[in-house]
Design a protein around this ligand. Structure first.
Ligand code: ATP
Ligand code: MG
Length: 257
C-alpha cells in the first residue's frame, strides 16, 4: 500500500494553509487512517498548533541522503502528536537554510518525493505537506512530490490572481517537469455569504476554475482560537460548522484517493 501524498499550497500568506493541513490530517486520522503531516514552513506552526515544539525535522528531511543511517536518524524526528494515527515531522527556522541548500545544489524537482520514499513503504495512508507562503525551491518540489494539491484561498480579497499563478505552476510542472499529480481543488476560506465582495470572489473563482472549486470554509472565530489552544477543530468544537466543513473536505479526499 502506497500513501497518498497531498500538498497544501498557495504563495499568498494567511489564507488558511496550515489550518487546512492540520484539520485535514487530523480528520483523516480520526477516520482511522495513518497520517504523517510534514511542515515545510519555517514558521513551524504545525507543531505549535498541535501542541509540539518546532524543530529541524523538515531540515533533515530536505537535506539528508537516503542511506540507512540517515533514515534512522530522520525517523527520530517523526513525532507522536498524542493523537491516534497522527504523526508529525515539524519544521522551524532551519527550513529556510534547507531551501538555500536545495537551490545552491540545484536539486531536481523530484528531491522531496525521493526523500519521503523511505516513509512510503510502511503502513502510512496519507502524507500531507503544509508549505510556506512563498515561491521557489521548496514549494515547487513539494507540489512535485504530491499526488493531489489543494490550494486554499481567502475570499476576503480578489483571490483569482494567486490561484491562477498556482495553477500555472501546476501546468508547468505537469507539462515540462514530468509531474504526475493533479489539483484536487481550490478551497475558498474565510468565506462570509452575507458579504457581496465574498460572493463576487466565489463567482470569480467558479468562472476561472469551475468544478475545481471546493465547498467553502466559512470565516469562524473558533478556527482562529484553535492554534492558541493547541487544538484541532475536531478537538475544540467537533459540532461546529467549521468542523463539519473540514469534515466535508476529509470525505472529498477519501473519495479521490
Ligand atoms: N476560516 C477561518 N476563519 C477564521 N479564522 C481562520 C480561518 N482559517 C484560518 N483562520 C485563522 O487565520 C490565521 C491564518 O490561518 P493559517 O495560519 O491557517 O493561514 P496560512 O495560509 O497557513 O498562513 P501563512 O501563510 O502565514 O502560513 C490563523 O490564526 C488561523 O487560526
Ligand atoms: Mg501556514
Amino acid at each position: 500500500m502506497k500513501p497518498h501524498i497531498i500538498t497544501i499550497s498557495n504563495q499568498k500568506g494567511g489564507v488558511g494553509k496550515t489550518t487546512t493541513a492540520v484539520s485535514l490530517a487530523h480528520g483523516l486520522a480520526l477516520k482511522g487512517k495513518e497520517v504523517l503531516l510534514i511542515d515545510l514552513d519555517p514558521q513551524g506552526q504545525c507543531a505549535t498548533t498541535l501542541g509540539l515544539t518546532p524543530e529541524p525535522g523538515a531540515f533533515y528531511l530536505l537535506t539528508m541522503g537516503t542511506e540507512t543511517h540517515e533514515t534512522t536518524f530522520l525517523k527520530q524526528y517523526v513525532r507522536n502528536t498524542g493523537r491516534e494515527h497522527l504523526w508529525l515531522i515539524a519544521g522551524n527556522q532551519t527550513t529556510m537554510a534547507a531551501q538555500t541548500v536545495l537551490n545552491s545544489q540545484n536539486k531536481p524537482y523530484s528531491v522531496i518525493r525521493e526523500s519521503i520514499a523511505r516513509f512510503t513503504r510502511g503502513n502510512l495512508n496519507y502524507i500531507i505537506f503544509d508549505t510556506a507562503p512563498s515561491v521557489g525551491g521548496i514549494q515547487e518540489r513539494a507540489v512535485w512530490a504530491a499526488d493531489m494539491v489543494i490550494i486554499p484561498t481567502s475570499t476576503e480579497y480578489l483571490s483569482t490572481d494567486s490561484v491562477r499563478k498556482m495553477t500555472e505552476m501546476l501546468i508547468m510542472l505537469q507539462q515540462s517537469k514530468g509531474w504526475h499529480g493533479s489539483l484536487l481543488g481550490v478551497l475558498p476560506t474565510f468565506y462570509s455569504d452575507q458579504l457581496r465582495e465574498h460572493r463576487a470572489a466565489m463567482e470569480d473563482l467558479r468562472q476561472g476554475f469551475g468544478d475545481r472549486v471546493l465547498t467553502p470554509i466559512h470565516r469562524a472565530a473558533v478556527l482562529g482560537e484553535c492554534p492558541g489552544e493547541s487544538k484541532t477543530i475536531f478537538e475544540k468544537d467537533p459540532e461546529s460548522r467549521a468542523a463539519q466543513e473540514y469534515q466535508d473536505l476529509v470525505q472529498r479526499v477519501l473519495k479521490h484517493s
